[in-house]
Design a protein around this ligand. Structure first.
Ligand code: ATP
Ligand code: MG
Length: 646
């Protein structure tokens, strides 16, 4: 375990203040990348190192399972293994499962993965039909009402101006669906995701003995991403606390992106009122991103003061300019992004340090295909549950059968043997297609086996299967060494060296469904979350049309307005580019052939190009492509924008 003081040395004065505030209520309000997560992780480790905290008595609540996993690894590295880092759901589920038989008797009910079938049945009972978009809207209303502690009878009054209209249903109709949905769910012996929290809260509120037990187990609480806490989670948290005050929350009002689902940033704002005497600490230094990226992030709020927040100040050395790129169609966009990723990879950036972020999952397809064609491995977040994939289920079944207590050395080999039993190798496939996907998940199991073998040389197959089972239980999908494809929502709290925010056109960002100023502001915050994920490279792109040859009149997102000069249509930029199309060798002044530009060399003299010129060539290459009108690749860098503006 590192000496306690070492845990403070990597923190700035304000972060140190957070780490030293081990007792009592603390709220940290700070911008993206300012080290909130780092500060609370060090705080917990410091609490453990100084003997103030017993690790098992600390509960750290994070927003996603990935964030929880990362925090657990960080805590272990900092000598604080044993601290519970969980999402609200996983912490609640553990308690609900454990106490269910004592309180209600019988088995824990099955958790429904999707509300759709239950909502559809509820609608049928009310004599109404529902298509998929309507099922989605109704499911989201049900979720919102439940996490907002709003009963069906109170829905009509509460929904009012706060909610969008759901097709042609009146608020009263929706309230009836809510009530009927609960009935259907009860009859079928199911519970949904919100019920996990509701059941836990009910058990804690109604049974003093159980509440006392849980409160004895957890004495110290930390909550990350507190700006996105909803009233139900807040209720549960207060029940866990049971009037105590040893809680530290951190959040960024500018990153509230779940208010459509009931998150309530007021809970962060009013923390000091609920916990009197709370210490409030602010962080402003951004350690994550280059000044160029930070400037872009600050500019997102340049024309809006609807969301409170502070300007970020970068602590990093200047890096490359942020790139803003418009494409004629999505295919061109996806190909260009895949090209750029291949290029960055050749320059030493690992695939797992890159991410493609989009507004909705449906946007991923073109990018999956382009990555597949380039032979670039990737993993998707928030898509089909990893452990629900048929190949993963099959692998786990086979592994169970062969779990005979072999040694760690054999573990990886055994997993490989299972692969070939299923007709695969763990070599990446070269072509895109369904087999790609399966390879990825099987490869992930090999990675898990390797990790396990390395971290625990005594581990055997039984341990791997147990680990898989545990992960299935908690739905912790393993990380794959590939480019991350994720929605902006699921990227919160994470960071990558290179980030591509794609499909950033009006109608998608902000979403066409964001039809009120309040909803547009939430989209702005979502865009900000995307921009602030990047450490060094950030490209923001959009496509004028969906398909090649399609009508291309999409405009870049309005959130780029402060960043792009007025009248920033792609055509203007390409005409600028045309004037500078001839690239000459710096050494012999010969005009460079396209192929040589790509290779970064001159065919006439022995000159090869340094990094700086390589960058210039990269731009030329893109401009050349525009010239040929093929995968038109129009590039705006901060420098070209400046040139246009002048
Ligand atoms: P987000 O708002 O996106 O959740 P955050 O405020 O939680 O961001 P972190 O993820 O904790 O920020 O930190 C961002 C990056 O900055 C991380 O790579 C972290 O290691 C680094 N960092 C934070 N504080 C420091 C520091 N004092 N010195 C050096 N690096 C730091
Ligand atoms: Mg964070």
């Amino acid at each position: 375990m590192p000496p306690a003081d070492d845990l403070l040395s990597g923190l700035d004065p304000e972060q140190r203040e957070v780490a030293l505030a081990l007792r009592g209520p603390v709220s940290v309000i700070a911008g993206a990348g300012t080290g909130k997560t780092r500060a609370i992780t060090h705080r917990m480790a410091y609490g453990v190192a100084t003997g103030v905290y017993k690790p098992t008595e600390v509960l750290a609540v994070t927003f996603t399972t990935k964030a929880a996993n990362e925090m657990r690894v960080r805590l272990r590295d900092l000598g604080a293994a044993g601290v519970q880092a969980r999402t609200f759901h996983s912490a609640a589920l553990r308690q609900a499962r454990f106490f269910w038989p004592h309180v209600y008797g019988g088995d824990f009910p099955e958790i429904t993965q999707s509300k759709f079938p239950l909502v559809a049945e509820a609608m049928r009972r009310l004599g109404k039909r529902a298509d998929t978009p309507l099922l989605r809207d109704l499911s989201s209303e049900i979720e919102w009402a439940k996490v907002s502690n709003i009963a069906p009878t109170a829905y009509a009054a509460a929904a009012g101006p706060a909610r969008r209209e759901v097709a042609d249903l009146s608020a009263g109709d929706v309230a009836n669906v809510l009530a009927s949905y609960e009935e259907v769910k009860r009859e079928r012996g199911r519970i949904d995701m919100e019920d996990i929290l509701l059941v836990t809260a009910a058990i804690l509120a109604d049974d003093e003995r159980i509440a006392a037990r849980v409160r004895q187990q957890y004495r110290w609480f930390v909550v990350d991403e507190f700006q996105d806490v909803n009233p139900l989670q807040s209720t549960l948290l207060e029940l866990w606390l049971g009037g105590r005050d040893d809680i530290c929350v951190v959040g960024d009002p500018r990153q509230t992106i779940y208010s459509f689902a009931g998150a309530s940033p007021q809970i962060l704002a009013s923390f000091g009122r609920r916990h009197e005497g709370a210490q409030r600490i602010e962080l402003v230094r951004n350690y994550r991103s280059t000044p160029q990226i930070v400037a872009a992030a600050n500019a997102v709020f340049a024309r809006s003061n609807a969301t409170e927040g502070v300007r970020l100040v970068s602590q990093q050395e200047p890096g490359d300019p942020v790139t803003y790129v418009g494409f004629p169609d999505e295919l061109a966009e996806a190909n260009a992004v895949a090209n750029e990723i291949a290029l960055l990879h050749r320059r030493g950036v690992s695939y797992r340090e890159m991410a493609i972020l989009y507004r909705i999952n449906a946007q991923s397809e073109a990018f999956e295909e382009a990555l597949g064609e380039h032979g670039i491995p990737y993993s998707m977040r928030g898509a089909t549950g990893f452990f629900n994939r048929p190949e993963v289920r099959q692998a786990v079944t086979l592994l169970r059968g062969s779990a005979r207590g072999e040694t760690a050395g054999n573990l990886v080999d055994d997993v490989r043997a299972i692969f070939s039993a299923m007709g695969h190798t763990d070599e990446p496939p070269t072509a895109a297609g369904a087999v790609r996907d399966r390879w990825e998940s099987l490869h992930a199991i090999v990675t898990m086996a390797t990790d396990l073998a390395e971290s625990n040389p005594g581990a055997d197959m039984t341990a791997l299967v147990a680990d898989l089972d545990r992960r299935i239980d908690q739905a912790h999908a393993p990380a794959v060494d590939g480019v991350t494809l994720a929605t902006l929502h699921s990227a919160k709290g994470l960071e990558w060296d290179a980030v591509f925010c794609v499909g950033m056109h009006e109608g998608m960002m902000p979403s066409i469904h964001a039809d009120t100023p309040v909803l547009v502001e939430e989209e702005r915050r979502l865009f900000y979350v995307g921009v602030t994920r990047a450490r060094h490279d950030l490209m923001i792109s959009w496509a004028a049309a969906r398909k090649p040859g399609g009508r291309g009149n999409r405009q870049p997102t309005r959130f780029l307005d402060p960043l792009l000069p007025a009248g920033h249509q792609a055509r203007q930029v390409s005409s600028q580019a045309r004037q500078r199309k001839v690239a000459k060798c710096r050494v012999c002044n010969q005009v460079l052939a396209v192929a040589d530009r790509k290779l970064g060399r001159c065919s006439t003299c022995p000159a090869t190009y340094d990094e700086e010129l390589f960058e210039t060539l990269r731009t030329w290459r893109k401009e050349q492509a525009t010239e040929q009108g093929k995968p038109a690749y129009v590039i705006f860098t901060d420098a070209t924008l400046q040139a246009i503006a002048e």
